[in-house]
Design a protein around this ligand. Structure first.
Ligand SMILES: Cc1cc2nc3c(=O)[nH]c(=O)nc-3n(C[C@H](O)[C@H](O)[C@H](O)COP(=O)(O)O)c2cc1C
Length: 182
């Protein structure tokens, strides 16, 4: 089997670049990947889970505390089984801190804790946030644990400023992921 038919878990966090995470889901699908999308609760306020469900043809989750008691009680475990890659795009500063510290305070972080597949993160934040030493400490710690960073890149930021912190474009993130899976 080539790359097509492989399953990717796409996490989306609450960045102004969250819409690019939706575009990345579409790019993975066009390359033949199965895609499961998980949002943080805050990201589900910025982008539409329904839109992602249309793109992925899968149920999209953003909480472990399902309304229906008959729902899977451990989606974070199921989602990480037979997984080729987990990619979080965009990744907020807050998410990077939680991932670095090993917190499991929402579905995306518990899924990341349960994941033993390669992981790619694509940070997105203001350049002063990205340069903040505490953010860089988390980044170094995650790199040391084998997490692959796709960007960020220099460029225009959502607030009108410009600098390092812009999320890498979806086709470039896809390329990083493809190279990791080859
Ligand atoms: C419209 C909007 C855009 C935001 N963009 C970013 C961003 O690009 N990067 C970032 O680190 N935080 C950003 N934030 C702040 C995060 O949403 C906030 O830290 C939140 O707690 C992160 O939640 P999550 O990581 O669980 O998704 C933004 C907030 C709002 C309301």
């Amino acid at each position: 089997m080539g790359l097509s038919g492989k399953r990717v878990l796409l996490g989306i966090t609450a960045s102004a670049a969250a819409f690019k995470g939706v575009a990345l889901a579409s790019a993975f699908r066009r390359r033949g990947f199965e895609v499961d999308a998980v949002l943080t609760p805050n990201a589900a306020r910025l982008v539409s889970p329904r839109q992602l469900a249309c793109i992925t043809a899968r149920r999209v989750l953003w909480t472990e505390f399902a309304d229906d008691p008959g729902d899977d009680p451990a989606p974070h475990v199921r989602l990480t089984e037979d997984l080729s890659l987990m990619v979080i795009a965009p990744a907020t500063a807050d998410f990077l801190a939680r991932l670095s510290l090993g917190l499991g305070d929402d579905l995306l972080t518990t899924t990341a804790l349960a994941c033993n597949s390669p992981m790619v993160v694509a940070p997105a934040m203001h350049n002063r946030m990205w340069r903040n030493p505490v953010v860089q400490e988390h980044v170094e710690r995650l790199r040391g644990r084998g997490v692959v960073f796709a960007g960020p890149v220099d460029g225009d930021l959502a607030c009108g400023d410009s600098g390092a912190g812009r999320m890498m474009e979806p086709p470039d993130i896809l390329q990083v992921c493809l190279e990791l899976m080859l």
